[in-house]
Structures are given as C-alpha cells and as structure tokens.
Design a protein around this ligand. Structure first.
Ligand SMILES: [Mg+2]
Length: 237
C-alpha cells in the first residue's frame, strides 16, 4: 500500500493567525456596522471555531455577533457571504504585495518537512479551509509549491474536509495508508476510524490532549513510514 500524508495548512505548516487577523481588520476598519475593538486575543479565541471566512462576520458584525460555541450551528445568510467576499478582496489586496508571505511565518516543522515534500511530492497533499491561491503562493514563496492543494473551494463543493478526502479515494479500504495531520481537534474527529493515523499537532492553535504529538514525534512517524513503504517498493521491484 502506498502512503499518503494529508496535511492541514494553518497551525501545522504556517503560523498564519496574524495574517488572517490583518485581513479581517483590513476589511472592517472604519466600516459602519463592524466592531472596531477586536483585539488579537479575542480573534484567536473565535478563530478556533472558524471553518469558513463568512463566520468572521459573526465576530465583527455589531448586530450579528455570535458566541463562538454557537457558530458551528448557524447557517450563513446573504450578509455573511458579502462579508466573505470582502474578506477575500482584502486578502487579494494584501497579497498584491510580493512580500506578503512575510506576515505568515512558517513553523520549524515545515522547514524540516520541506525536503521530504519536494522528494516525495506524490505522497503528500494539503487539505485546508483556506483558499487555494493563498496556500499556493505561500508555498511558492518558500519554493515548495509542489504538492496538490485542496482548499476552501473544495470544502464548499464537497461539504467537509473528510468529504474532500473521500472524493480523492484516500479513505478507500486497502488503497493507502493515510496519515492526516491537523492542529484542530474538531477537524480530526471526523477522520477517526476513516484513516489509519489521524494525528494532532501540538504546536498549532488548539488545546492539547494526551494524544497530541510534537513536531519531533510527527517527523519520526513520517520518515519511518516513508522508509517502510520504500522498502516494500524495492522488494517488489
Ligand atoms: Mg489548522
């Protein structure tokens, strides 16, 4: 069986929270109807429940503010989609500056992983709630735009991260050994029992659990699996 490493982006490869905050601030600054007092800490707390950019409207809107715990239960209305459009337009503007990936530092994990990505590009994929273009540009900035990227657009089309994974055949029994790495426990839960190794990255934005892994532990698992599946290939050849 071939191995497939499916990686989350924000909070696993890139420390992008501040970039998201800059974008949200840019698209609400000075606009009537939007809170002007959101500090980074409040944004970070709210961001834990965000799976789609429209949900930031429920943080910034003066009249539609929603407690983070209630956000996963609400369905978007037109006003939320307008917010998402403004959010992505603000990000486009920020991204027009070629230096923009500098507001999005990488984790050490990414630097250690990069040679493996480049060498085994067919064994990796990125699965994120972020829009594809910003992921590819951030990777390109680090000479690592070499793996398939599934983003916000794919999740909207299929409905969830797990549904995107299923659409790619990653969850078919006996086809791949799948490692799924994410920093959000709520994103990992649907993958329990669906892939061989759902792993929680302890360096991201969510609280740790007893099963959370350090970057060192994850690297050991990745390199071991690559070596094992390579040996199997060599045996076959
Ligand atoms: Mg994440």
């Amino acid at each position: 069986m071939d191995v497939k490493f499916v990686l989350d982006f924000d909070g696993v490869l890139f420390n992008s929270a501040y970039e998201a905050y800059s974008v949200a601030e840019k698209c609400t600054k000075g606009r009537e109807g939007f809170r002007q007092d959101i500090e980074y800490e409040e944004f970070l707390e709210f961001r834990k429940v965000v799976t789609d950019a429209w949900q930031y409207n429920r943080l910034y809107s003066v009249t539609r503010y929603t407690q983070p715990a209630a956000v996963p239960m609400i369905k978007p209305i037109d006003e939320d989609w307008d917010f998402a459009k403004a959010f992505f337009a603000a990000r486009e503007e920020i991204m027009a500056d070629p230096e923009w990936p500098k507001v999005m530092p990488v984790y050490d994990f990414f630097l250690r992983l990069k040679p493996l990505l480049v060498e085994n590009r067919d064994k990796f994929a990125i699965l994120s709630t972020r829009n594809v273009k910003s992921i590819r540009e951030a990777l390109a900035f680090h000479d690592a735009d070499v793996v398939p990227v599934f983003g916000q657009e794919d999740i909207r089309m299929h409905g969830s991260k797990l549904a995107v994974a299923q659409s790619q055949g990653w969850c078919e029994k006996g086809r791949y050994i799948v490692v799924y790495l994410d920093d959000m426990n709520s994103h990992l839960e649907p993958f329990e029992g669906q892939v061989h190794l759902p792993l929680h990255a302890d360096w991201g934005y969510d609280d740790n659990t007893p099963g959370s892994l350090t970057a060192n532990q994850v690297m050991t698992i990745f390199t071991s699996l690559l070596a094992l599946t390579k040996e199997k290939h060599d045996e076959k050849a």
